[in-house]
Design a protein around this ligand. Structure first.
Ligand SMILES: C[S@@+](CC[C@H](N)C(=O)[O-])C[C@H]1O[C@@H](n2cnc3c(N)ncnc32)[C@H](O)[C@@H]1O
Length: 357
């Protein structure tokens, strides 16, 4: 590479970093100031109207329209265009591919080149990520960059979830479904320091990033495998905790039902399932914003698992004590007067009864 080319690349990277900082700042304005203004302007008395009239009122409201426009287009700016995250990894493509192809200790990563992903996977540019997570070899890095720049999730979220779950029952064999680039998997490995943890995902690219990001001290007990969470092929009753973070809402209803069945097969008697995901909020304005988020963020299945009677589905799969609990991603997050927009996090937990077939 000539010094002129490398100078251009550094210049572009600096411009891209400034652009991404602008996007983050604009998102801060959107989720805090604009949300608070909208809340104020369509006050509680308006919410007393019937649901359809209220939805129509919000839909016409100028502040809502700006809110919706910014949500859609700031997310697009994050990923696409000359300073978007996809182009960012492309500028360093060769070096990044080289880093990801470095050898890993035996057993840390198992990819399955013959796996055919379910048809819904890859049909949408999920999160407005061009090509999604299933295609390009650098897609996992793009996703990791998106998280670092604050698209979803507070830094403590995974740690808080893992600590809450492992405080209920100390697991020794954990399966993390839809593990992405491994942050949920590593949080469980840290919260249960003697457990073996397997992370499963469809995305070879995410799994490769996960394996490389896993510190050597965890290599003995953390590994990653490419598989469909709804048909993992893993041994019967081989885990005492099956968990997922932000997976259910990325699957259509029949796939979530299959995943629940698969979980019943995988969890040993007395073991536990724990999902961290979203369920629609009761508050009428927050519900409209959540449903709009599904459209604006390209989340076609966001509402599907909330249509399932989870207590019934888990009971059929051999679980009891099914609970859906509010989850605070940070202190104070459940305050009904919270002056910022947030995703409606829920922790869904259940215990495996005896009687595996
Ligand atoms: C929103 S990400 C969450 C990743 C990770 N759990 C975290 O908290 O950062 C959802 C992940 O689920 C994966 N996924 C979607 N459908 C899947 C399926 N049927 N089987 C396994 N993984 C799946 C995606 O590839 C993606 O990595």
């Amino acid at each position: 590479m000539t010094s002129a080319t490398s100078g251009n690349r550094e210049g572009s990277n600096a411009d891209a970093a400034a652009y991404q900082r602008f996007v983050s700042a604009a998102r801060g304005f959107w989720s805090n100031d604009l949300f608070a203004a909208l809340r104020r302007q369509v006050g509680p008395h308006e919410q007393e109207r019937n649901a359809q009239a209220f939805e129509a009122l919000v839909g016409r409201h100028p502040t809502y329209r700006i809110f919706a426009w910014l949500e859609r287009h700031l997310q697009r700016m994050r990923y696409s265009g000359p300073f978007g995250l996809v182009e960012g990894v492309n500028r360093d493509r060769e070096a990044l591919l080289d880093a990801l192809s470095q050898p890993l200790p035996k057993g840390v990563l198992r990819l399955d080149p013959d796996l055919s992903p379910p048809s819904y996977y890859g049909e949408y540019d999920i999160h407005q990520h061009p090509g999604g997570l299933g295609g390009d070899a650098l897609a996992g890095l793009v996703y990791r960059d998106a998280i670092r720049s604050g698209v979803v999730g507070k830094p403590a979220l995974h740690r808080r979830f893992a600590q809450l779950v492992t405080a209920r029952r100390a697991p020794t064999r954990i399966l993390d479904l839809g593990c992405g680039f491994g942050r949920s998997t590593r949080a469980f490995a840290e919260a249960a320091p003697s457990a073996h943890v397997v992370g499963v995902d469809l995305s070879a690219s995410c799994l490769t990033v996960a394996a490389h990001d896993t510190p050597a001290i965890l290599h003995e007990r953390v590994s990653y495998a490419q598989a469909d969470a709804a048909a993992s092929g893993l041994p019967h009753a081989s885990f005492d905790l099956v968990t997922s973070t932000m997976l259910l809402h990325e699957m259509p209803e029949p796939a979530v039902r299959a995943l629940i069945e698969e979980t019943g097969r995988l969890v040993a008697e007395g073991g536990m399932v724990a999902h961290l995901d979203f369920l629609p909020p009761r508050d009428p304005l927050l519900r409209i914003l959540f449903e709009g988020h599904a459209r604006r963020n390209n989340e076609p299945f966001l509402l599907e698992h909330s249509r399932i009677d989870l207590a019934d589905a888990y009971s059929r799969a051999g679980f009891s004590q099914v609970e859906a609990l509010d989850f605070a991603e940070e202190d104070g997050a459940l305050d009904p007067e919270l002056p910022r927009w947030r995703l409606p996090w829920k922790m869904i937990v259940a215990t495996r009864r005896g009687g595996h077939g």
